[in-house]
Design a protein around this ligand. Structure first.
Ligand code: SF4
Length: 319
């Protein structure tokens, strides 16, 4: 059964493969800015934000996107249609905390996104401490007729790291949020980062076991990187943050995949920052080079997602 999830060319269950399997056509995510803020910056939960958060793009009084949701969607869909021949779309509310508003405002934004005939669903990025019952009820209601995914930022399962990066929530709060989302017809994606100061590869890899034990449908993983204007960039200048090497990241990402059940789709495996604001790491690799450095390492090892779990996953031996 498990090998049915894996893309034989990539050796893991890519989100693109999952979407094509589920919807029968090329589906792309279109990012929109709904004008949200973040409780970890406005004082509700904390101030200053996560140490890696890009201060320059945050306005304390609430962001005001210059373009309407409809205009942002039209531009994003045109781009993906021209570049990838995409036929259907998921509108991704990405910037800041996209459930952090009144339920009336959330309903307005989400239903406007879903009104487009080529939009099959929405993806909503948020924090474990920002899922009010009303917001969750709304998402569950929309999930009866559409694809709805909550992208929950965990970043690290180590409470000491969460504290040190000023994340403003604990592992327990993430677990409570997962429990409240489960069984409501909503897909769940978890965001993870590797490379925090003081983090070990062994410590990070426990996250694969945690993901395997939860009703998580997909994950996003990237290396910790510092951009200009962040506390993390200051830490780097002071020597308090030493970025991991590309080799270390690729090896750890492959170890992680080998421990992750094939049922969990992979939405992202690396992060990139615009050159103008990037501080470290400076691997100077294009996006597809990052992607294929992981794919090629799996090939070199002769392994695949779920390889170390044995059992059913070993049926993927024809890869
Ligand atoms: S939760 Fe996201 S938006 Fe809020 S401070 Fe952290 S990185 Fe920034």
């Amino acid at each position: 059964m498990s090998d049915a999830y894996l893309n034989p060319d990539l050796r893991f269950n890519s989100y693109g493969t999952f979407l094509r399997r589920r919807f029968g056509c090329r589906v792309s995510k279109v990012n929109v800015d709904g004008g949200f803020t973040c409780p970890n910056r406005d004082g509700t939960r904390g101030t200053g934000g996560c140490v890696y958060c890009d201060n320059s793009s945050f306005s304390p009084g609430g962001t005001v996107p210059e373009k309407s949701i409809e205009t942002q969607m039209a531009e994003g869909m045109a781009y993906h249609r021209a570049r990838l021949d995409s036929q259907k779309f998921i509108v991704y509310f990405q910037k800041f905390t996209n459930t952090y508003a009144t339920v009336e405002r959330l309903r307005d934004l989400y239903t406007r996104a879903l009104a487009h005939p080529d939009v099959i669903g929405i993806s909503v990025g948020t924090r474990p401490d920002s899922l009010a019952d009303e917001a969750l009820d709304l998402l569950a209601e929309l999930a009866k007729r559409h694809y709805v995914c909550i992208e929950l930022g965990l970043q690290s399962m180590d409470d000491a790291i969460l504290r040190d990066i000023n994340r403003g929530h604990t592992l327990a709060e993430y677990l409570q949020a997962v429990e409240r989302i489960a069984g409501r017809g909503i897909e769940l994606c978890t965001h993870l980062i590797y490379g925090f100061p003081g983090e070990t590869r062994e410590g990070f890899l426990k996250t694969a076991d945690l993901m395997a034990s939860l009703p998580v449908n997909s994950v996003k993983l990237h290396q910790l990187h510092a951009v200009k204007g962040t506390l993390l960039a200051d830490m780097y200048q002071r020597g308090a943050f030493v970025p991991i090497s590309h080799r270390e990241y690729v090896a750890t990402a492959c170890d992680f995949l080998e421990l992750l059940p094939p049922r969990i789709a992979i939405q992202r495996l690396y992060g990139s920052a615009p050159l103008a604001i990037r501080v470290v790491p400076t691997w100077d690799l294009k996006n597809n080079q990052m992607w294929y450095s992981i794919v090629n390492e799996l090939k070199r090892r002769g392994t695949w997602q779920g390889f170390r779990l044995g059992g059913e996953c070993l049926k993927a031996g024809n890869l």
